[in-house]
Design a protein. Sequence first.
Length: 93
Amino acid sequence: MSKIKTREKVKDIKVFDRAADVSTHMKNTFVKSKDTAEQTQEPGHNSPSEYATDTVSGGARDTAEQTARHLKYPHLIWERQTLIRAQGRFGSK
């Protein structure tokens, strides 16, 4: 008759290496967030001066649009100012 093969049991405590696991997780998270940030950034700004130019021109455009809106609907400005004065006199609830 053939001999039955058996495996010896090793009575050893498996140690969970938390430091290695956490460092691997942090590294993967950092790489993932860096890739995401690179994808969401606007590629149109190649230099700080270009960014500044775009920001200033955008602000000027917004101001011009707001001025045009106020000139088109002047009664809205008057109503808002009246409401603010009334709240100042009587207090807002």
